[in-house]
Write a protein that binds this ligand. Structure first.
Ligand code: KIV
Ligand code: ZN
Length: 543
């Protein structure tokens, strides 16, 4: 259930709540998307790219398409890279690390496809300290390279089987080589957090001498703490080039360490959407952006309203789900069930929310369940345009609690059904399933045909999909497309009992314009459970 309680007013209240925004970061909310490069730093090549930033605006290098793609099991096609890159550009990131050109011909196709989009963001390729890596990056026509130099003795001796001086010379040579080819160079110290800081500083100094435009400090295995990060970045502040911070989340400190680095002088944060990446992942963009905006009032070029849609796209294309309790972008980040919280929220959303969800492109949600209070039910009925007496409200409240006590989720469709029973009203479903046929197998495109009764008329449609469920839902959506534009926002399957004959419950969240409903279907057949849930949702949306 969603409450639209005057979005304009909410936005004003948000500004009032985080009042320092008026002077500084608020202007970031208003001025995102200015990529003209005017007076914001050194520009290079043809697209108004900023290499550095002299305005104090914190920059973001997004590595979802490189480090994020290194998440086990993730591989993006060129087309998918382009979709994500377009969204990252709209989000306002300064640099998109589109991949590692040396990896394969397919990877180079993906990087080239991103370059051809002519986005405002700088497009970068990861390179090792090898000429061939830089040559492959040049073939892709990228703007910049992320030149990665292993700097800890562990990496230099065990991985490269080299010594510090050889690595230093390679780094200098590759900086010069890349600069000779007109590339922007970000010289990165891999495993810097386990390296000798004096060696690292002298390598950075040599890199700058050889033409490096930016430097980067990598906490490759996530062992920094905020205190140590602060000390290190204070030491790196007088090197004469902007320094980036690149953190991993092995101990859950990636965001804290990234923010500590920025507060101590780092100019750019390396991040991924949803924090995807190897092992425990990288620093999540959405966390750093929102911490800088809301808690430190620092300027970025991030278009905060795009955070949620970008997160959803990346999750869908990579197949890496977002935990419900994940900050900013998790399903529960702005969802409330507990009666005591909802009571407070209805009086003022800031009682139990630190920021207004609209700022990040989301909405507040109130769900019903075991912890629901009367205020939630009252508000939900109000949303549905239903007037119930006190006694009826008591009855509905008791029945909702009973469902919750059984450990069941209470969807909007459940509430509607309970309310209809208690109020003695029965609304006939507009959409009913008459027939469904699905064909699937190893040598056939999953195909479905569906026959519905819609407002008493028969509608027949066919659909295809990546699997039988997808095909069935495709056919269903087409069958009702003339009536309503319906979007399936969330689809979730739970197996209730074990085994292949298990009862499965399908939960869906569906949207039509501003109206959002939840519904469920439970069957031993996952296709039927899915279709049942979606039809239930359609009927609720059509009310
Ligand atoms: O985490 C890391 O050290 C990296 C480098 C390869 C840049 O991703
Ligand atoms: Zn990394």
């Amino acid at each position: 259930m969603i409450y639209h309680r005057g979005e304009v007013q909410r936005a004003q209240e948000f500004r009032d709540y985080v009042s320092p925004l008026r002077g500084s970061a608020h202007s970031a909310v208003e001025s995102h998307g200015d990529f003209t490069g005017k007076s914001t730093g050194h520009t290079d090549r043809t697209r108004g790219i900023r290499i550095t930033d002299t305005t104090g605006t914190i920059r973001f290098l997004d590595t979802t398409l490189r480090d994020g793609e290194q998440t086990p099991g993730v591989s993006l096609t060129s087309e998918e890279k382009v979709w994500i890159a377009r969204r990252l550009d709209a989000l306002g990131v300064d640099v998109i690390e589109a991949g590692s050109a040396i990896t394969s011909e397919g990877e180079r196709d993906g990087i080239r496809a991103v370059v051809h989009e002519n986005l405002d963001a700088e497009i970068c390729s990861y390179c090792r300290i090898r000429e061939i890596d830089v040559e492959k990056a040049i073939e892709c026509d990228v703007d910049s390279i992320h030149l990665v130099v292993p700097v800890s003795d562990l990496h230099i001796e065990k991985k490269l089987e080299k010594d510090r001086e050889t690595v230093r010379n390679d780094a200098i040579h590759l900086c010069e080589f890349a600069k000779d080819h007109g590339l922007i160079v970000e010289l990165s110290g891999e495993d810097a957090s386990r390296a000798d800081l004096d060696f690292l500083k002298s390598l950075y100094a040599d890199g700058i001498e050889a033409g490096a435009d930016r430097l980067c400090f990598c906490d490759t295995v996530g062992i920094l703490t905020p205190e140590r990060t602060t000390r290190i970045f204070k030491e790196l502040s007088d090197l004469g080039a902007p320094v980036s911070i690149h953190c991993h989340d092995d101990f859950g400190l990636a965001t804290s360490n990234t923010v500590a680095a920025i507060l101590a002088g780092a100019a750019q944060a390396h991040v991924t959407i949803n924090g995807i990446g190897e092992r425990a992942g990288n620093t999540p963009l959405e966390e750093v952006a929102m911490v800088l905006l809301s808690l430190y009032h620092r300027e970025t070029r991030i278009n905060y309203k795009e955070l949620y849609t970008t997160s959803r796209l990346v999750s869908r294309l990579t197949g890496v789900p977002v935990a419900p309790n994940k900050s900013i972008i998790g399903g529960n980040a702005f969802t409330h069930e507990a009666g005591i919280h909802v009571h407070g929220l209805l009086a003022d959303p800031f009682t139990y929310q630190p920021i207004s969800p609209e700022v990040v492109g989301r909405e507040q949600r109130i769900v019903l369940g075991k912890h629901t209070g009367r205020a939630s039910i009252d508000a939900s009925l109000h949303e549905l345009g239903i007037v119930a007496s006190d006694a009826q409200l008591d009855d509905i409240f008791t029945r909702v609690k009973e469902l919750g006590d059984k450990g069941l989720r209470v969807t909007d469709a459940d509430l509607q059904a309970i309310t209809e029973t208690v109020l003695g009203i029965y609304k006939e479903a507009k959409v009913k399933l008459e027939e469904l046929t699905v064909v699937s197998g190893n040598r056939v495109t999953p195909t479905a045909s569906i026959k519905l009764t819609v407002d008493g008329n028969h509608v027949v449609e066919a659909g295809i999909g990546t699997g039988p469920v997808d095909a069935a839902i495709d056919a269903l959506k087409k069958a009702i497309s003339e009536l309503q534009d319906i979007e399936l926002e969330e689809y979730h399957v739970d197996s209730i009992t074990g085994g292949t004959d298990a009862l499965v419950e399908v939960f869906v969240t569906m949207r039509s314009d501003k109206k959002v409903v939840t519904a469920k279907g439970a069957r031993t057949d996952i296709i039927m459970a899915s279709v049942e849930a979606v039809i239930e949702g359609i009927n609720r949306l059509m009310e």
